[in-house]
Ligand binder design. Structure first.
Ligand code: NAD
Length: 258
């Protein structure tokens, strides 16, 4: 039977992101790439930001209507440059997604000070600088800021002192900014995935015991997929997310229930 919409691709106005201008930091990463491709396929215009020039060029080549900036998220001037690029190229900035990050794992008693500091610098201070620079371009018309937090914002895996602290603090930063900037219609939220096999996690997941331990605390019985996050990303960018502020939405197969 022919559907009423046959010949007319249906776009639900609740989740419509066509024409939205979105800056994606960490766009060269395992999650960032899938997010970038998924948003582009739904008509978003993208500025792709990452510290890895090869990865960013590789992903940009696959995406129409995208411009790029290569720098660290800890460099506030560089983020401002990327924001200006969005406004100059596409006229405005509607959304900003931070999917940068580094992982750290090690016995807390032996963890190097430099590693702890680096994790906080990129995962937390970088997220703050990214929020600050992107909100300036959203003050007139409002906008959406989304950070990739983690189930580690909530659960206390041993040997995750640096990473889990950075992610818990990030989720709380999102609460503070969510409250402070909601009056400007700038909605700040986070997504907390369970483990997904990406360049960040692939090395550790090669160890069968580690993989088994990870799976044993995910009630859904599998690792996450980058694609699992897309519905939540679209929700938080679209009309559907108009009244969501300061939340970390866990997309985790139940990991935070354990
Ligand atoms: N993969 C997982 O299991 C998982 C689970 C929960 C949360 N997360 C979070 O999701 C985000 C993305 O993770 P991923 O799995 O795609 O990791 P990834 O390592 O595949 O990608 C991270 C990207 O960030 C970039 N990056 C790193 N440091 C940077 C910096 N200082 N400035 C700019 N770019 C920088 C890297 O070049 C890379 O392209 C991270 O915040 C991560 O903590 C990942």
């Amino acid at each position: 039977m022919a559907s009423m919409n046959s010949g007319h691709p249906f776009c639900d106005p609740v989740f419509d992101i066509r024409g939205k201008v979105v800056l994606i930091a960490g766009a060269g990463g395992g999650l960032g790439q899938v997010i970038a491709e998924s948003l582009s396929a739904r008509g978003a215009k993208l500025v792709l930001f990452d510290s890895n020039p090869e990865k960013i060029m590789e992903i940009a080549a696959r995406i129409p209507e995208a411009v790029t900036e290569t720098a660290s998220i800890t460099d506030s001037m560089a983020i401002e440059k990327a924001v200006h690029l969005a406004v100059e190229t596409f006229g405005e900035l509607n959304g900003a997604i931070n999917s940068t990050g580094i992982f750290s794992m090690g016995e807390s008693a032996l963890l190097e000070e430099a590693e702890f500091r680096k994790c906080i610098d990129i995962n937390l201070t970088g997220a703050f600088l990214f929020s600050q620079a992107t909100m300036k371009a959203m003050k007139e018309n409002g906008g959406r800021i989304i950070h990739l937090a983690s189930v580690s914002s909530f659960v206390s895996n041993t040997h995750y002192a640096a990473y889990a602290s950075s992610k818990a603090a990030l989720s709380h930063l999102v609460r503070v900014l969510g409250r402070e900037w909601a009056p400007f219609n700038i909605l700040v939220n986070a997504i907390g995935p369970a483990m997904v096999e990406t360049p960040m996690s692939a090395g550790n997941l090669q160890d069968p015991e580690y993989r088994e331990n990870v799976l044993s605390v995910i009630p859904a019985g599998r690792l996450g997929l980058a694609e699992d996050l897309i519905g939540t990303v679209i929700l938080l960018l679209s009309n559907g997310g108009s009244f969501i502020a300061g939340q970390t939405i866990y997309v985790d197969g139940g990991r935070t229930l354990v």
